[in-house]
Design a binder for this molecule. Sequence first.
Ligand code: NAP
Length: 312
Amino acid sequence: MNTVHSKLLIIGAGPAGYTAAIYAARANLNPLLVTGMQPGGQLTITTDVENYPGFSDVIQGPWLMEQMRLQAEHMGTTINYDYISRVDFSKRPFTCYGETTTFTADAVIIATGAEAKWLGIPSETKYRGFGVSACATCDGFFFRNKPVAVIGGGNSAVEEALYLSNIASHVTLVHRRNTLRSEKILQTRLFANPKISIIWDHEVDEILGTQDSVGVNGVRLRSTQDSASTQILDVEGVFIAIGHSPKTDVFKGHLNLDESGYILTEKGETTTNVPGVFAAGDVQDKIYRQAVTAAGQGCMAALDAEKFLTLN
Ligand code: NAP
C-alpha cells in the first residue's frame, strides 16, 4: 500500500469538506481531500435546494456539490476517492488508512457528515430495498401511482412527502406527535397538498408484506396515545425520515464523542480533544445541520487548521 503525506488531510466531501478545502487551498496548505463512499454527501440525494444563499432560482443538490468539488479542485485541492476505515491520532503525523493508500498528515479536518436513521425493527430490515427506503429522491420513482407512507415529522419527512406527492398515487405522513417540527413554509405546502394526508400520534409497529415475491403491502401503526389501538395502512412503499446519525464509527476511541456519537468540539471552534484534528459540519453539529452552516464550519476548520500549522 502506498503512503501519501499532506500538510492537511480533509476527510469527507460534503459542504463542510469542500469549503474547508477551498479555504485551505487558498492558504497554500495543498490539502488532500478523501471523499469516502458518498462524494457530495447528503445533498447528492436531495433534489431542490432553495435555501443555499446566492441562487435566486431553485438549484439541484447534486449540481451544487459538483460546483463545490470543481471550485475546490480549481483552487488546488487534490481529491482522492478512497475510504478511510482506520485512524491513528496518537502521534503526529496523524495516520489515516484507506483501502488503497495510507494517508499521513500534519493536521486533519473531519467532515464525514451524517446519515439517515432507521427505526430498528426487524420488518424494516427485511423489506429494506423491497419497499422500505430512507431516500425518496433515490427510490421514489419505483412507486409511480402507488400509495406510500412517510414516517417522521421534521424537514426531511415533509420534504420527502412533498416530493413523493408528484409520483405516488397518495402519500400518508405518519408522525408520532400532533405537531410537526419542520419549517412553517414546508408545513403550509404540506397541508395544502391534496395528495397528502396525515396520521398524527402514531408510530410504526410493523411493516407488512409478501414473502414469495418480497414486497411491502402495508404498515401496522400503533397509537402513541393508546398503545392498545392499532390500524393498518395499505401502502406499497414506506419512507423512513426520522433524522440522522453522525458518521463517526471510525473515530470511536480516538476522539471524544458525545452520547449520540457526535464529535465534541470546543464551543465556537472546530477544535477536537486532539490538537491538530478538527471537525466541521454534521459530524459535530446536531442542532443546525444545514448545507450553509456545514460550509461555514468547513471554513472555520480550515482557518483553525491553518493557525495550528503555523504555530506547530
Ligand atoms: P429531525 O429534525 O431530527 O426530525 C426527525 C423527525 O423524526 C422528528 O419529527 C421525530 O419526532 C421523528 N422521529 C425520530 N425518531 C423516530 C422514531 N423512532 N419513530 C418515529 N418518529 C421518529 O430530522 P430531519 O427531518 O432529518 O432533519 C435533520 C436536520 O436537517 C434538521 O436540522 C433539519 O432542519 C435539516 N434539514 C433541512 C432541510 C432544509 O432546510 N430544506 C431539509 C432536510 C433536513 P419528534 O418530532 O417527535 O421528535
